[in-house]
Write a protein that binds this ligand. Structure first.
Ligand code: F6R
Length: 340
């Protein structure tokens, strides 16, 4: 069955459940693949990723996944302007689901003016226009951008891997594995619905290490956008040098720290994470040690994302809010248009 037969794009729960199918929904076409090969053969100094919010996250996850597999820098900009050193030896990959996000468009124009080659991922609109003859990967329309993450990643990761001359990750297999694993969640000690119940009266704080840092950030954004709930994320080891002091306020404010555990943790990191969990407990918090026991780095990045996306729709239901519409984001975009 194709994803079009099983996913209802007017329903966030349906899009979130369709995460594994969406991971195989939008492979790059031959033209884009050939262009990626051509750019790699010509030689590149680095990759600049552009995108905001739900459109930035696929790039962030890929960047963290690839961080130690390539000698080339992968830089992510979520702003209007790009660093001075971006020039014609860099490839700029811009993602904007709507194709109309002003920060992405501004940075994209600047990259073009510096002579950078570009590849765009969008449903159309201004980004497609700006891209001109350079490659554009057209995304399926009708989604909320944040729900399109697996679709964007299914096209973006292979393009980045070709640009960087890396072995291609078998996303088809990963997607089937994640589909299987998610069918077993109901029997787990902590399900997405259980986590959502715990988060109802608390402020979730997702804590990740290495490739799970953007996953923790994504979880926070999904609580914000789907469940309309204030939530935070942080990264280890950095949080041990600042945030840990904030645990003193756990007695006054109810936080729900959720530690995303990885099979890649070495002894030192494990000790650090366990000591951090202990500190939260000593200060009156009840942290969740989430270990999905997934078989590889990419399974962890995408499996945890799927799990926590599901938590966000459960939380939206518990809180009685509509997970689809993001009226404050839309209103703010309108206000800014008026003020232009
Ligand atoms: C809405 C969402 C937002 C958008 C962001 C950028 O579902 O996830 O975070 O992704 O406002 O807009 P696009 O993705 O259209 O460039």
């Amino acid at each position: 069955m194709s994803w079009q037969d099983s996913i209802d794009t007017t329903n966030m729960r349906s899009m979130v459940s369709g995460f594994p199918q969406l991971l195989r929904s939008s492979r790059p076409n031959d033209y884009i693949l050939q262009e990626a090969v051509r750019l790699h053969e010509r030689g590149i100094d680095g990759i600049l990723l552009l995108g905001m919010g739900g459109s930035a996250i696929a790039g962030e996850i890929c960047r963290a996944y690839l961080h130690d597999k390539t000698a080339k820098p992968i830089l992510s900009v979520r702003d209007y302007t790009i660093p001075q050193f971006i020039n014609d030896t860099w490839v700029t990959v811009a993602v904007s689901y709507s194709g109309n996000t002003e920060e992405t468009l501004s940075a994209f124009k600047e990259a073009q003016s510096r002579g950078s080659s570009t590849i765009a991922f969008t449903t159309g609109a201004t980004l497609k226009e700006y891209a001109g003859d350079s490659p554009v990967h057209i995304l399926w329309p009708g989604f909320q951008p944040r729900a399109a993450l697996p679709m964007v990643l299914s096209g973006l990761l292979p393009v980045l891997e070709i640009l960087l001359d890396l072995d291609t990750t078998d996303l088809d297999t990963v997607s089937v594995d994640i589909e299987h694993v998610s069918s077993l969640w109901a029997g787990m000690q902590t399900t997405p619905a259980d986590l959502a119940k715990m988060a109802k009266d608390a402020i979730p704080l997702f804590i990740g290490w290495r490739h799970l840092i953007p996953v923790a950030y994504r979880a926070r954004c999904q609580m914000n956008e789907n469940a309309k709930k204030m939530a935070f994320s942080s990264e280890l080891p950095e949080a041990n040098h600042n945030e840990i002091e904030g645990t003193a306020s756990c007695v006054k404010t109810q936080f729900l720290p959720v530690f995303l555990r990885s099979n890649e943790e070495d002894k030192r990191i494990q000790t650090r994470i366990e000591a951090t969990i202990e500190t939260f407990i000593e200060n009156g918090c009840s942290p969740v040690n989430l270990d999905l026991e997934l078989p590889s780095r990419i399974h962890e990045s995408l499996g945890y994302t799927h799990f926590l996306d599901s938590m966000s729709v459960e939380l939206a239901e518990i809180l009685g809010v509509d997970p689809m519409h993001v009226e404050r984001i839309t209103e703010l975009k309108k206000k800014l248009e008026i003020k232009t």
